[in-house]
Design a protein around this ligand. Structure first.
Ligand code: PMP
Length: 447
């Protein structure tokens, strides 16, 4: 049996087992372009979207009444589990008392303190999404340094952020393929280098025109690519020497530990961004800066003069978001929760390594705290150019649909698996068993 035959069989099985989702998808197509409120919802490996009914901890139940072990967790917003009772109670109370004042509430004082204590940066601002926060920090970095260029790593994703929608093509910065309605040439003001390539990084900083390097501490949007030993020290040293700000986007690497990757590894960014999980699924993000940078921002503002900054949106920092962030930081994202996530992720990584050994696959497992990635290459690639070769779209589609049909959800596009504090060992074992079955099926195909 070839891979497309396996896919056809799994596609038929999905249709037979999800009649309500399939029917809703047909109805939704009449009123939502692409059949769902956001087109990514149609980008899963299933032939049509699974319509979710509810989430309970690390489980998701769909409109057909089928239950899944959810290792996608909304692609991170629900990393600490769906339907957190403390967040639900705080949000309900806030909604009853009004959520949108464009004024701070008392929660703001508490949240600011909790963020500073946890992540180590003293001064904060709120945004609605991580995309939104990244746009703000890029603008500020350019304002402060009076430099035009942003440097990112090949394979990066920082959200709906124009400046970052670039890639390396034949060694040069290029616009990503497929961008819709893009009229600005980002290659004029964004430079891209391979991750883990300090020679290229130093050369790209050398002209002295780079306002900031914007990076995830571990690349998590092109498979998962770990920094090589010494990379972060060198990144900090080189950015400082070049007068370039360092922005670390911890939206995904918040999986590393209670203080993010920066605290777990003693990093010292000038700016820090985190979104998605920080408000337990309610849209919110925050960004923090050092005291020194904050003073430079004041100076830049004074230099620019009065008027409209062009940074900010109406709903940023709203009372509902602040109530949710406070509850997440104080009651949900605890050391005990992280200890459970860490133990579960270790179990998952060990289980997947066992599958690889048992089935004789040339794959590997990469992990950053509670985030585990199964990579179709061994050893795991050190940059995006190598990783792209491993991201076989047919193999990904087949694995993902295989897992869906066996009651397991993992995030689309690559093999990211998130372990929440609510993820049971039995759920982890079911995922490992399903991947094992897939590995065995692949062996049969090859036979
Ligand atoms: N930063 C990183 C590292 C991300 O992975 C993402 C989304 N995957 C974002 C920012 C953007 O988040 P959002 O789509 O919630 O704005």
């Amino acid at each position: 049996m070839r891979l497309d035959a396996l896919l056809a069989r799994e596609t038929a099985r999905f249709g037979a087992e999800h009649p309500r989702s399939v029917a809703m998808a047909a109805e939704a197509s009449a009123v939502w372009r692409g059949g769902a409120p956001m087109h990514w919802m149609g980008d899963w490996a299933s032939p049509s979207p699974i319509f979710a009914e509810r989430g309970e901890g690390a489980r998701l139940i769909d409109v057909d009444g089928r239950a899944y072990d959810d290792f996608c967790l909304g692609d991170t917003p629900s990393m600490f589990g769906h339907g957190q009772p403390a967040v639900a109670a705080a949000a309900a109370q806030r909604l009853n008392q009004g959520a949108g004042f464009m004024l701070p509430t008392a929660d703001a004082v508490t949240v600011g303190r909790l963020l500073a204590e946890r992540f180590g940066l003293p001064l904060w601002q709120a945004a609605v999404t991580a995309s939104d926060a990244n746009r703000a920090v890029i603008r500020w970095a350019r304002a402060v340094t009076e430099r035009p260029v942003i440097l990112v790593f090949d394979g990066c994703y920082h959200g709906m952020v124009e400046d970052c929608l670039v890639t390396l093509k034949d060694g040069a910065t290029a616009m990503k393929a497929g961008l819709v309605g893009q009229v600005h040439d980002m290659t004029a003001t964004t430079r891209v280098v391979p991750f883990n390539d300090l020679v290229a990084l130093e050369a790209a900083l050398e002209p002295g025109d780079v306002a900031a390097v914007l990076a995830e501490p571990v690349m998590t949007n092109c498979g998962m690519i770990l920094p090589e030993p010494g990379f972060h020290d060198a990144l900090r040293r080189l950015t400082r020497a070049a007068g370039t700000l360092l922005i670390l986007d911890e939206t995904h690497t918040l999986s590393s530990g209670s203080g993010g990757y920066v605290r777990a590894h003693g990093l010292a960014p000038d700016m820090f961004v985190v979104g998605k999980a920080i408000a337990g699924g309610i849209p919110a993000a925050v960004w923090g800066v050092t005291a020194e940078l904050s003073a430079r921002m004041d100076a830049a503002q004074a230099r620019i003069g009065p008027g409209q900054s062009g940074i900010g949106t109406t709903l940023a920092g709203n009372a509902l978001a602040l109530a949710a962030i406070k509850t997440m930081l104080a009651e949900v994202m605890t050391e005990a929760a992280y200890a459970r996530m860490e133990a579960g992720a270790e179990r998952l990584a060990a289980g997947l390594s066992g599958v690889i050994a048992r089935q004789g696959l040339a794959w590997s497992v990469v992990r950053v705290g509670a985030r585990v990635e199964l990579v179709f290459a061994d050893p795991a690639p050190k940059n995006a150019a190598e990783m792209r070769k491993a991201l076989d779209p047919d193999l990904l589609a087949a694995l993902h649909l295989w897992l869906i049909n066996r009651g397991v959800l993992i995030a689309p596009f690559h093999n990211m698996m998130l372990v929440s504090p609510d993820t049971a060992d039995a759920a982890i074992d079911r995922l490992v068993e399903a991947v094992d079955g897939f590995g065995a099926a692949l062996k049969d195909l090859a036979a």
